[in-house]
Design a protein around this ligand. Sequence first.
Ligand SMILES: Nc1ncnc2c1ncn2[C@@H]1O[C@H](COP(=O)(O)OP(=O)(O)OP(=O)(O)O)[C@@H](O)[C@H]1O
Ligand SMILES: [Mg+2]
Length: 374
Amino acid sequence: MSFSSLLSRGAADILEELQALTAKTMEKVEVTKQYEVIRELGKGTYGRVDLVIHKVRGTKMALKFLRKKTTKQKSFLQEYCISRYLSTCPYIIGMYDIAFETEEYYAFAQEYAVAGDLFDIIPPQVGLSEHTTKRCIYQVALALDYLHNRKLVHRDIKPENILIFDKECRKVKLSDFGMTRIAGTTEKRVSGTIPYTAPELCETSKHSGFVVEYSIDVWAFGVLLFCMMTGNFPWEKALHLDTFYYEFLQWQKYKNANVPSQWRRFTPHALKMFSKLLSIEPEKRCAIKDILWYFGKNWLISKEEPPTADAKTNNDVYVHVKPQVLPFLNGNALDSNKSDTSPSLSFSSCSSYEDVPKDSNSNMLVSTPIEICV
Ligand SMILES: Nc1ncnc2c1ncn2[C@@H]1O[C@H](COP(=O)(O)OP(=O)(O)OP(=O)(O)O)[C@@H](O)[C@H]1O
Ligand SMILES: [Mg+2]
């Protein structure tokens, strides 16, 4: 049965059928007989991804290996089949019709993304330019909209799962469907990556179960956008005890309250977009397609490109920020009374976006002068 004939039916039926078909035809393979292994592309929680060349086809591919010890065959089949089902979208990683097992692993073959993942190109504490961010996030938005239209929720939106084909983000694709589930189903445990996790999930007890909703992805998309444009996380966890989150919460609740410092670089249009994506109540969160309108507006108040030394003015000081180790690196809760910096994207350093002196005639925000670049 072809994929196109399967696509006209409901997602749940299609996926079940694909899984049954794959289970029947999956073979045991000795990797080095069929593939020349070039190098490791990445390591994840459940296995690794290798760059290989298929010895017969001569094609470069990314082989994703999932350890049998920690991955049930059902979960492997689910990830492979969901990935295949979605791979017809140009903004979702392409798949080869290859799934097999070895003694230790289950494996499947994906299109190779030559420039790696988005995480590697976001300059910590600085972020990408508005232009590059828009180009990239637009493609991610289309990928997510495609997924949501097929009643699927990704559940692990983060820069490491966005693969890139060039450093300028002209071509980017969403990947890693290991946690993707059908919307409306109940999951027993909360998983995902903490800074991207929506508040309603952070508050859920780890074992109490929750319903999979599109709004989880919308929230993570909002956090991702903040990370891309600043090189920092907006908070460590979306919980009241996190000072950065608490400030955000207060600001969203009482609209006339002060805009927290790390959000002051954004234009009113961008802030409006963020409050739709990061609406505290999941049922009020927008759909991904609702933010496409904002792509025509400016998002950053400050200049896109760091000014060079001779382009500086008295009120417009561009600075480099010295990396510092944050307390939460050691597993402690972030005590931002000690530091008014927002959590660093790399989790190994932090930056500072203080309430810096503004240009008296504008709302221009510049980075904190921790170390002035001359
Ligand atoms: N097709 C690909 N082309 C290039 N690099 C890839 C490809 N697939 C994965 N990678 C690299 O390998 C990393 C891990 O892959 P992936 O996210 O699929 O694994 P994972 O085990 O599900 O990860 P995690 O559980 O940490 O999210 C990616 O972040 C990326 O850097
Ligand atoms: Mg991943």
